[in-house]
Design a protein around this ligand. Structure first.
Ligand SMILES: [Zn+2]
Ligand SMILES: [Zn+2]
Length: 143
């Protein structure tokens, strides 16, 4: 879905697409400044037009849309993590320019993983030192 860049501190981009064969209701897509992407279903065309014409889009969205429609957090179109393109949700690097919010989450869990590797290396080193101490202690006992 194509989105328009919005001059608002509450919303970054807004897109709207009428449901197939329907001239009155459609799906509203909102990208927040946090990079989270949400879809709102069954939004009347008139509501979308009123949003785009509102003096404060963020305020109109908060009072007339946010809590009034069925909402779902979605992946950006073309994102390999999306439910359509990658139902197994295994990690496949996305094409250049994928701005989906999910990649920041992947990055942080990768960081955790490497941190874990570091900890297990440290644990192995401690085990080695403990074993050396034990060998030395046994030697001392014999002599
Ligand atoms: Zn994604
Ligand atoms: Zn992606």
């Amino acid at each position: 879905m194509e989105r328009k860049v919005i001059q608002s501190s509450a919303l970054a981009e807004v897109g709207y697409k009428l449901e197939l064969g329907n001239l009155e209701f459609g799906t509203l897509e909102v990208l927040f400044p946090s990079k989270a992407l949400w879809r709102y279903y069954g939004v009347p065309n008139a509501t979308y037009n009123a949003l785009m014409a509102a003096q404060s889009l963020g305020q109109y969205f908060a009072t007339n849309i946010r809590a009034n429609f069925r909402a779902e957090r979605v992946h950006d179109e073309g994102c390999n993590f999306g439910p359509v393109s990658n139902p197994m949700k295994t990690y496949i690097p996305c094409g250049v320019g994928c701005r989906c919010w999910c990649h920041t989450i992947v990055k942080s869990s990768e960081e955790k993983k490497s941190h874990g590797d570091f900890d297990s290396k440290k644990a192995a080193e401690i085990q080695k030192i403990k074993a050396q101490v034990k060998v030395r202690a046994e030697k001392n006992r014999i002599s």
